[in-house]
Design a protein around this ligand. Structure first.
Ligand code: GUN
Length: 286
């Protein structure tokens, strides 16, 4: 088999055009969806992600701002900023770029964001709603993955999904969302013995380990659907996923490329969540 590419850049373009229409409508009702992104420190990768979010917001007609704080910022100061934004009526979505410097407790920060403005879907209230299958903000990367699978008519019900990676941002929630779609889910992680015994059994394989090219053609089932969330930079500067693209694409039925795969979908879902947050406010007439 030779795989069809699930191109997240193309699908994002289509969805962002629809979102631009929704933003226009909200603006006509006097509400401009607004996202505030907080970044602490000067990690170049985080800075680049944050700029991407700002650019994408502008593309669909939303407004956004970035609050850049020095790495010496205290937890108390950061919580103070979030408290101010929670109370600010024209700020609909708040995103604190992770990771944070070691002296700041990430969980304290996540829990300080008002669940109604938590467009990352990381607040325990929103995670609880997601787990019980209730409407909420879904974490952006898992939401992007499910949206992509649906757009490509991938049947999830009854299928064996293997998730490799158990981060709070990707692995854990994507497994939960697939369970909500009636898939049978197996989680693997860094302590899993004989990882490839599991990957070989996957109808749908979600790779979120951050280990360049470790899954090769002989580790996947014929006709599998592969979603590669890994973004690994090789010594020569090129980006690659957790899957060795050539050998896995030769066996899979569908596969996401890296880059232009899951990455653009994450930002698109962030825009979608922010528009949803803005709607919540407009609904109560603020
Ligand atoms: N760092 C890496 N991915 C993410 C994400 O989805 N949200 C936030 N806030 N930080 C991240």
């Amino acid at each position: 088999m030779s795989a069809t590419e699930m191109n997240g850049k193309e699908l994002s373009k289509k969805i962002r055009t629809e979102l631009a229409g929704e933003v226009l409508q909200l603006k006509q009702n006097g509400v401009t969806p607004h996202l505030t992104v907080i970044i602490v420190g000067d990690d170049p990768a985080s800075q680049s992600y944050v700029r991407g979010k700002e650019k994408a917001s502008a593309e669909v007609g939303m407004s956004s701002d970035i609050i850049a704080l020095p790495s010496s910022t205290s937890e108390q100061d950061l919580l103070g900023q979030i408290d101010r934004l929670n109370k600010h009526d024209s700020v609909h979505g708040i995103l604190v770029q992770l990771p944070l410097p070691d002296h700041i407790n990430e969980q304290h920060v996540i829990e300080s964001i008002s669940p109604e403005k938590d467009v990352d879907g990381f607040h325990p209230v929103n995670i609880g709603k997601m787990m019980t299958g209730n409407s909420t903000f879904l974490p952006c990367t898992p939401y992007g993955i499910i949206t992509m699978l649906k757009a490509h008519d991938v049947r999830m019900e009854g299928k064996h999904v293997v998730v490799a990676g158990r981060s709070n941002i990707v692995g854990k929630p994507v497994g939960q969302l697939l369970l909500n779609e009636n898939a049978t889910v197996t989680y693997c992680h860094s302590k899993t013995e004989n990882l490839t015994d599991y990957t070989k059994e996957a109808d749908i394989l979600i790779l979120a380990m951050g280990r360049a090219n470790v899954i090769r053609g002989e580790h996947v089932k014929n006709g599998a659907v592969i979603v590669d969330v890994g973004i690994n930079r090789l010594e020569d500067g090129t980006l690659t996923g957790d899957a060795d693209f050539a050998s896995t694409a030769a066996k899979a039925s569908k596969i996401t490329p890296v880059p232009r795969g899951v990455g653009p979908m994450t930002i698109t879902m962030l825009l979608k969540n922010t528009i949803k947050a803005a709607r919540g406010l407009s609904a109560v007439g603020k």
